[in-house]
Structure formats: structure tokens, C-alpha cells
Design a protein around this ligand. Structure first.
Ligand SMILES: Nc1ncnc2c1ncn2[C@@H]1O[C@H](COP(=O)(O)OP(=O)(O)OP(=O)(O)O)[C@@H](O)[C@H]1O
Length: 456
């Protein structure tokens, strides 16, 4: 698949001479011009290839230009339209702009006027795509971390981004695969074009093909309007197919076709459309194993896996945790409109001993919970119990074990003394210690404090 930088403009006018004149003027400006003398051939073009702008005569034989534009909109074609006419009424011109037309040109117009209008229209359309892109990317950010694994990943991303090769990103769930895909797009020559993310496992089998490739009106019950597929939306940009292992066998076959010929076919359509899309896919499964067990097509696997990239689990780069915590806390307090709270070092040490099966996403959730539920600062008492109990007994990695032993012993003595003073009353002791009852119970069991030690 190749990237075509030349913008494509469709001209629909029943006067051959006008079509020719426009074709000549815009062709000299480096644009690809396709002409159509009637509505049906214009629609065929629009359904067969992706067009950046259309120039439409208001007075056409069969239907008027305005109805044609409405038909385009109903068919999900979003190219902007410039209307032209020699004898349109003022009302028609106003109507053209009202229904979303970009501009109106009165015939005869000079080629300079035409070129300026089309250029502006194309710039506006590009700007619109960029704005949509910024919006879709506003939640994504930089890849945080200084560990060897992350530094290597960042170098690999920069290298692979410059090529047009398909990339398969593997790694556990929540590890940052989407972030990597985003970063490949942002550093590629397609950065100003669309980045479309599809979670293949979230879309039911029955809908996936229509989501990816679109459908024509009436293609199936409920298809009341024609719909653009995500591959078409991603034209000239990047599509990120997340959880690719979950694709149905028939969707796998269709994706293979896009990768082989750059062709898509809407459900219910006779014609094929050429698209230019770079495919980045992601999975937390072992895709090679899925191939061996015949759940995934081998030919598709090789097409997707041109450049494999593995994102390491958080526990494999646990030295990145303090920096990640700092960055995520800043993001979270902004999101929740909260003052950024300081975190005790002991908390960070506790979090570093945890295995993080849900990786950075789990870390985000835990930090959010702690920052919402804590007081002025985040202390070890705010660390969720499931993390404390999972880390108890785990060999210390960042704390000397002598310090840990001392801490446990002091904590043990302090708890026993409080319980003795309260004659074994758990509620009162928890309140004196400033912790929840459940937490005190857990510490009693972790520190192996039996009743005989505090009942006099
Ligand atoms: N190295 C990192 N630096 C900063 N943020 C990160 C990093 N890794 C992951 N994140 C953040 O963690 C969250 C989860 O990451 P992401 O959605 O990319 O994971 P994923 O591997 O695609 O998950 P899944 O397999 O569940 O789709 C995101 O909000 C992402 O921004």
C-alpha cells in the first residue's frame, strides 16, 4: 500500500466543458480530478474511492446538486462540497451553505478563484481531521519510564514509526499497548492523519465486519443508512486493531484482503474501494499459539507480525514505579479536580513489592482510589488491603529486610500494647490506632498476634 499525497477532487457537472476546465485548472495545481456528468456515476466514484472534496453544480438534470449532497451525507460520505451554478437563485445558494456546503461559486469564475476556494476547502477539511485527532489523543500521553526495557521500547518505536511496516504489539493487559500504538502513529509520517482504535473483542462477531468495512443501506435488517467502515475512516492514517486474537475467522479473511490488495468491500456492495491504511495490531495472547491451535490464520499472522514489539509487564520494570506514580498522580488530581497529595515513601515501597497483574491500568486505579479516599496525605493505611496482603511475605526488594523486621516488630508491640490497654476490645483499639477494624484484623493475622498475647 502506498501513501498518495495528492488530494482527490470529484467534479459533478452535466456540462462536459466545465468539467474539463476544472480538471485542467486543478490538475495543474497537483490535484487528482475525477469528473462525472451524472449523479449515478458520481455516486459510483464516491463509493469506490476516497475523495477529499466535491465540486457540484446546483442545477443538474435528474436531481439538483443540493439533493445530491444530502444523499452523500445520508450515505456517510463526509467530503466537503463546493457548489457552483450559473443561474441558481439566491435562496438556493443560501440553502447550499445552510445544509453544510463549504462555499458557493457563481459561474463564470476565474481559475484563480476556483483554486483558492478548493485549496481553502481542503485546508479546512485537513484541519477538521487534525482537530478530531487531537481530541481522540488528548487522553494519551508520553511513555513514562527510564528502565532499560522502556528506553529500548522508545528507541524501537522511533525506528519502526518511520517505516510503513505493520506492527504486532504484544504484552499483558493494561501494560501500555495502546500507548505504544499511539506513539508509533504520532512519530510516523501519518501523524496528521487519522488514528483509529478498534477493540476487536468488544464488538460482537455479528457487527465486526460492518464496523470495520461499513455497509450499504439495506444490506441487512436495521441497516437504514449506509455506514462508513473504520478502515475507510483510517484512510491514509493508522488503524490499531486491539485484541486481534479475538477476531472471527471471516473477519480475519477480510483483513487479509485489505493487507494484500488494500481493498475493502462494504457489506451489501458490489464495488471495492481502495484504502491506504497502516495496520498496527495488539494482543495479550500468544498469537503463535493461536495459529498452532488453528484459531488464527497463519497467513494473516505473518502479515501482521512484520515487526513484533513486546511491551514488558510493570513488574519487569518496577524501578519505573516512582516516576509513574508521580506522573499518574498529577494526571489523576487534574482529572478529579483534587489538590495533589503527597505520598509517604512507605507507600511507594509497599507498591513496589506488589506484582501488578493488571499493570499500569491497575496502578492508575489504585492511585485514584487512594487519592480520593485519603486525608491530607497518602499513608500506608490508605493502601488497599488486597495489595497489602499480596505483598506480605514477599521478599523485600527495595527495603532492607532488617528495617522491615524492625518495623514489623515495633508495629506488633504497639498493637499489643493498645489491645492490652483496651482489654482486647478491637473496635476501641482500631479507633485509638486510627485504622479500620478490618485492617487491624488483617495486621493481627499477618503479624501473628494471638489472643493470648493481649488478654491479660
Ligand atoms: N509507560 C507508561 N507511561 C505512562 N502511562 C502508561 C504507560 N503504560 C501504560 N500507561 C497508561 O496505562 C493505561 C493502560 O494502558 P493501555 O490502554 O495502553 O494498555 P493496553 O496494553 O492497551 O491494555 P489492554 O490490553 O487492556 O487493551 C493507559 O491510561 C496508559 O496511558
Amino acid at each position: 500500500m502506498t501513501t498518495t499525497a495528492r488530494p482527490v477532487v470529484l467534479v459533478l457537472d452535466d456540462e462536459k466543458n466545465i468539467c474539463k476546465a476544472i480538471e485542467l485548472a486543478l490538475g495543474q495545481e497537483g490535484m487528482d480530478v475525477v469528473t462525472a456528468l451524472d449523479v449515478s456515476s458520481a455516486l459510483r466514484t464516491l463509493h469506490g474511492r476516497i475523495v477529499d472534496a466535491v465540486i457540484v453544480d446546483i442545477r443538474l438534470g435528474e436531481i439538483d446538486g443540493l439533493s445530491f449532497f444530502k444523499r452523500m451525507q445520508a450515505d456517510g460520505i463526509t467530503a466537503p462540497a463546493i457548489f457552483i451554478s450559473g443561474n441558481a437563485t439566491l435562496t438556493e445558494a443560501a440553502q447550499a451553505v445552510k445544509i453544510g456546503g463549504y462555499d458557493f461559486l457563481e459561474k463564470p469564475f476565474s481559475s484563480e478563484k476556483l483554486i483558492t476556494t478548493v485549496r481553502r476547502c481542503l485546508d479546512m477539511s485537513k484541519l477538521r481531521t487534525q482537530l478530531a485527532l487531537i481530541e481522540s489523543q488528548s487522553s494519551s500521553g508520553e511513555i513514562v519510564g527510564q528502565s532499560g526495557a522502556i528506553r529500548k521500547l522508545v528507541v524501537d518505536i522511533a525506528r519502526v514509526a518511520k517505516s510503513n511496516a505493520n506492527v504486532l504489539i504484544t504484552g499483558e493487559s493494561g501494560v501500555g499497548k495502546e500507548l505504544v500504538a499511539n506513539s508509533i502513529h504520532a512519530h510516523s509520517e501519518r501523524a496528521e492523519q487519522a488514528f483509529v482504535k478498534v477493540n476487536c473483542s468488544a464488538i460482537p462477531d455479528s457487527l465486526i465486519e460492518s464496523e470495520l468495512f461499513g455497509h450499504e443501506r439495506g444490506a441487512f435488517t436495521g441497516a437504514t443508512a449506509s455506514k462508513k467502515g473504520l478502515f475507510e475512516v483510517a484512510h491514509r492514517g493508522v488503524i490499531f486493531l486491539d485484541e486481534i486474537a479475538d477476531l472471527s475467522v471471516s473477519a480475519q479473511a477480510k483483513i487479509l484482503r485489505v493487507l494484500q490488495n488494500g481493498e475493502i468491500q462494504k457489506i451489501g456492495s458490489e464495488t471495492v474501494t481502495k484504502v491506504d491504511v497502516r495496520v498496527v495490531s495488539g494482543t495479550h495472547k500468544d498469537l503463535k499459539k493461536e495459529v498452532t491451535e488453528q484459531r488464527f490464520r497463519e497467513d494473516l499472522f505473518y502479515r501482521l507480525n512484520v515487526v513484533p514489539m513486546r511491551v514488558p509487564a510493570l513488574r519487569e520494570r518496577i524501578e519505573d514505579l516512582p516516576e509513574l506514580i508521580a506522573v499518574l498522580m498529577r494526571q489523576l488530581s487534574k482529572k478529579n479536580n483534587l489538590k495533589e497529595k503527597p505520598i509517604d515513601e512507605e507507600v511507594v515501597a509497599e507498591l513496589q513489592r506488589y506484582a501488578w497483574p493488571g499493570n499500569v491500568r491497575e496502578l492508575q486505579n489504585v492511585l485514584e482510589r487512594m487519592s480520593v479516599m485519603s486525608g491530607e496525605r497518602i499513608t500506608v493505611l490508605d493502601v488497599p488491603e488486597e495489595i497489602l496482603s499480596a505483598t506480605d511475605g514477599v521478599e523485600e526488594r527495595h527495603d532492607s529486610s532488617a528495617l522491615r523486621t524492625f518495623r514489623d516488630r515495633s508495629e506488633r508491640d504497639f498493637i499489643i500494647a493498645t489491645l492490652k490497654r483496651n482489654k482486647g476490645n478491637i473496635s476501641q483499639s482500631a479507633s485509638d490506632l486510627g485504622v479500620r477494624r478490618t485492617y487491624l484484623h488483617k495486621r493481627l493475622s499477618v503479624l501473628k498476634i494471638g489472643k493470648k498475647e493481649y488478654f491479660l
